[in-house]
Design a protein around this ligand. Sequence first.
Ligand SMILES: NC(=O)c1ccc[n+]([C@@H]2O[C@H](COP(=O)([O-])OP(=O)(O)OC[C@H]3O[C@@H](n4cnc5c(N)ncnc54)[C@H](OP(=O)(O)O)[C@@H]3O)[C@@H](O)[C@H]2O)c1
Length: 250
Amino acid sequence: MKMLEGKIAVITGGSSGIGLATAKRFVEEGAHVVITGRREKELVNAAAAIGENVTTVVGDVSRLDDLDRLYAVVKAKHGHIDVLFANAGAGTVAPLEAASEAHFDQTFDVNVKGLFFTVQKALPLFKDGGSIILTSSVSNIMGLPAFSAYAASKAAVRSFARAWTLELKDRNIRVNSMSPGPIDTPALATTTGLTPEQAEQAAAQFASQIPMGRRGEPEEIAAAVTFLASDESSFITGVDLAVDGGMAQV
Ligand SMILES: NC(=O)c1ccc[n+]([C@@H]2O[C@H](COP(=O)([O-])OP(=O)(O)OC[C@H]3O[C@@H](n4cnc5c(N)ncnc54)[C@H](OP(=O)(O)O)[C@@H]3O)[C@@H](O)[C@H]2O)c1
């Protein structure tokens, strides 16, 4: 028996990295996935890589109209949601002394406001007994110099999982956050604002801070998210599951 047979799953940021690996795994486990992201070409390529049982909707999670469009598509196509992986997010480098208001607003608009309304607007379609997984980060408990707005935004995400666990318990909807350590995705080189050389140095430095001595693979995150999405985690709610090679644990 597959872990997510017949489930309808929505994955924000499903066109790259962690979200894409999870979308692939969910489909392998029998789910139909609806993936979203801002870049249409990446979504089309992701759908081709996933191969079957996938719907794409272009949209920015920080725009509430885009979220309404996303869920209108889900409603028309499937009528309900069993699993939500609220994963879209990003962080850009900005030391405290140099960080602009735009940097701060952009970080919180996507990682905090976007995720908040991603979950709120899914609720009318959510099946009682479903599972919500929020992508936080080990930075929710670790100092991350030059990424303080990002780290604070991910601490907010972890906090949401606590409150929403209580708010949604009567619907038997479980809410957990999942905190990756450094994972080998395009993000470090493409969205952080680091130069290729700085990104390479950062990857090496991260690896040296991880007890397992390496960055994680997106498929290792996908495995953990699949567990949290499935009935295998039926008595787990409100936790923050670190998938970090031990980085923030020792
Ligand atoms: N990689 C790591 O080391 C690491 C560690 C801890 C936590 N995380 C978290 O894991 C999540 C996924 O990161 P990743 O490493 O897989 O990054 P990635 O490969 O860059 O993928 C990010 C995904 O999110 C989408 N996205 C970004 N901003 C969006 C927005 N405003 N609206 C809708 N979609 C948006 C991107 O598509 P578009 O650009 O086309 O919108 C893409 O599909 C993020 O929340 C990140 O903070 C990553």
